[in-house]
Structure formats: structure tokens, C-alpha cells
Design a protein around this ligand. Sequence first.
Ligand SMILES: Nc1ncnc2c1ncn2[C@@H]1O[C@H](COP(=O)(O)OP(=O)(O)OP(=O)(O)O)[C@@H](O)[C@H]1O
Ligand SMILES: [Mg+2]
Length: 285
Amino acid sequence: MIEISKKKSVLKLENLTIKFGGLTAVDSFNGYLNEGELVGLIGPNGAGKTTIFNMITGIYKPTFGNVIFNNIDITGMKPHVITHLGVARTFQNIRLFSEMTVLENVLVGEHSWLTNFAAQKVLYKHNPKVYRRPKWKPWFWSAVLKTPDYLKMEREMRDHALELLKAVDLERYANLKASALPYGPQRKLEIARALATKPMLLLLDEPAAGMNPQETQELLEFIENIRKRFSLTILLIEHDMKFVMGICERIYVLDYGKIIAHGLPKEIQNNKKVIEAYLGDEVYV
Ligand SMILES: Nc1ncnc2c1ncn2[C@@H]1O[C@H](COP(=O)(O)OP(=O)(O)OP(=O)(O)O)[C@@H](O)[C@H]1O
Ligand SMILES: [Mg+2]
């Protein structure tokens, strides 16, 4: 049984539903994540997992239902606003700027953290007692004119990006083209870029895909490390059952857009519906 935690709610998905023409890709999904949790989202191909990430991050607007992040209803908000509010993700297929250096890839995340006017407006509107009214800064002209303020900001971003690379053990590759990195470090770099936006909630879409068992084990330890170091709450999609069972505290199982099971890893492993729908012969014991 799942114990009801008294921890702060980070994410609530309420009756989340999306239809594409005649197909209901996600059907009344109800789920939650509390602060600091690492929760798995599993299910067969086409079950609707990535679509849930796309609704949380504002890429798709749900047909019904709500996404509540940090007690703010973010349903239908623009992706960049949601990023600034503290939600970051990685993609199923690695999406790096391959011609840019490793450091520049992280700086892309830093830039998005700076231009957060819209997100500050949302926070201020949500709770004017806690959040300050945002001040518009003409960053465009500061950048063109290279004002001292802008140069200072640029230095700070660079320092923060380097610090981040150090934290994820990629510092030695900082000036290498992203495309020159081996596969495992590329995945780590994508996570580092997501961390540059200073998220509270990190969504990882099949981070272990294409990795060998040793790389997968390293990734598992890596995720545990960054989770603690950056005080993250994590929702993880993954097909590698050993990985999922080894790292997740709770798991949602999706099949044809519907939750068919929710529970602790042990409960999920022994759930008949899950075995039938998803695990089949490959049941992990
Ligand atoms: N933009 C779209 N237009 C139409 N159908 C879509 C769209 N996005 C997703 N779908 C459909 O929604 C369903 C769920 O897709 P989704 O990518 O979320 O599955 P998934 O669980 O992530 O699968 P996989 O494990 O293969 O990544 C699929 O049938 C897919 O074809
Ligand atoms: Mg997917």
C-alpha cells in the first residue's frame, strides 16, 4: 500500500485527458508527485507516456483536466513559462545542439532562466505576498550595448554553467563539440542542460535508452546523485525494468492511455494486469 505522505505537493495531474481526432491518447490520468520523490511512469509503446510529459510541459494542451505544479494551475501555459516556473525535461531522442560545444549547450539552458519575466508575473499573480512584482529589464538593448550589467550577468551564467558541468563530471569536455561525446555523456549533458534552468521538477523520458548495462548502472547512480544535490523531484519514463525497479519509489503503469496500476515497485512487479499488458515474458524478479 502507498502511504499518504505529508510532504509538499509538487505536481498534481487531475483527470488529464487528450484526444487526437478519434484517439484518446491519455484518458483521465490522475497522479501526484510530492517533494523529493522519484516516481516511474511505465507502459507499452504508444501507451501515452511521452504525451503526458508534453501536457505537463505545455507542448500539448489537454482536452480536459488540469496540471497543477507547486499549487499553481499551469494547464495550457506556454512551454517557456512552465520552464521558468521550475519544470525541466529531457527528450526520448537526445536533442542537443550538436554543432555547439558542451558548455554552450548548457548555456542555452542558462539563457532561458534569465528571460523569466512571464514566469515571474505568474508567481506574482499567484501570491503577491510572497513574490515580488517583476521588473521588466531591457535585456535586448543591454545585450546589444554590452552594458556592465549584461556583462556581469554573462559571466555569472558562464560560471554557473561550468559549475554544473563539474557537478555532472563533464567539465573536461566543456570545449568539445556535443556531437563528439560518446552516447552516455551526451545523455548526461542533456540532463545538465535541463538542470541549468534551475528546475524543481525534472522529467526524464527514457534516459537509459540505448545504454549498455554498465552505462545504465552509472546513470542510475548519476540520477540519485543529482536528485540529492539539486533537491529534485523526478518523474521518469523508462522501459528498462531493472532500472525502473531499482530507482523508483512509486510507479504508475499506463496502457492505452489509462492507468492500469499504481504502487510500490514490488506491487507492480506482481500485478497481474501489468504482467499481462506490459511485462509479458520479460517479467523482472
Ligand atoms: N501529435 C499527435 N498527433 C496524433 N497522435 C499522437 C500525437 N502525439 C502522440 N500521439 C499518439 O498518442 C499515443 C501515445 O503516444 P506516446 O508517444 O505518448 O506514447 P509512449 O507511451 O511515449 O510510447 P513509447 O514508449 O513508444 O515512447 C500514440 O498512439 C501516438 O501515436
Ligand atoms: Mg514515449
